[in-house]
Design a protein around this ligand. Structure first.
Ligand code: ZN
Length: 121
């Protein structure tokens, strides 16, 4: 499962940040997943429930935010939002496009589990 290895690599990055902040745990993690990132947010959510089992992230809330795609078309000059996983212009169906948004797969915010302190990364 593709998403499981993604979930594990995200957990590794969160773990590095947790250690850096000497926090005993992580309350919540907000992730941004673009609709063109090739990652299915629902599959990723499922992957986290598997990946956190038996770890100190078992109680962490994984908040997955979908980022809608935005592509700039080089053929007709319009900016559109593809509604599928493929980057095409919704106006003229051209694939000669520049992806402006939607490929994100990143950690937006991490809330550490210490004195309700929160850190933006
Ligand atoms: Zn176009």
């Amino acid at each position: 499962m593709h998403e499981l290895s993604i979930a594990q690599s995200i957990m590794e990055r969160v773990e590095a940040i947790r250690v850096e902040h000497e926090a005993p745990g992580i309350a919540s993690v907000q992730l941004q997943v673009g609709t063109l990132s090739g990652v299915d947010p629902y599959a990723l959510e499922m992957a986290f429930t598997v990946a956190v089992e038996g770890t100190l992230y078992a109680d962490t809330r994984w908040d997955i935010q979908r980022i809608p795609a935005s592509v700039d078309c080089r053929s007709c000059g319009k900016t559109t939002t593809p509604d599928g996983p493929f980057p095409i212009c919704m106006s003229c169906d051209s694939t000669d496009i520049e992806i402006a948004a939607g490929r994100e797969l990143m950690i937006e915010t991490i809330e550490v589990d210490r004195d309700e302190e929160s850190n933006n990364v």
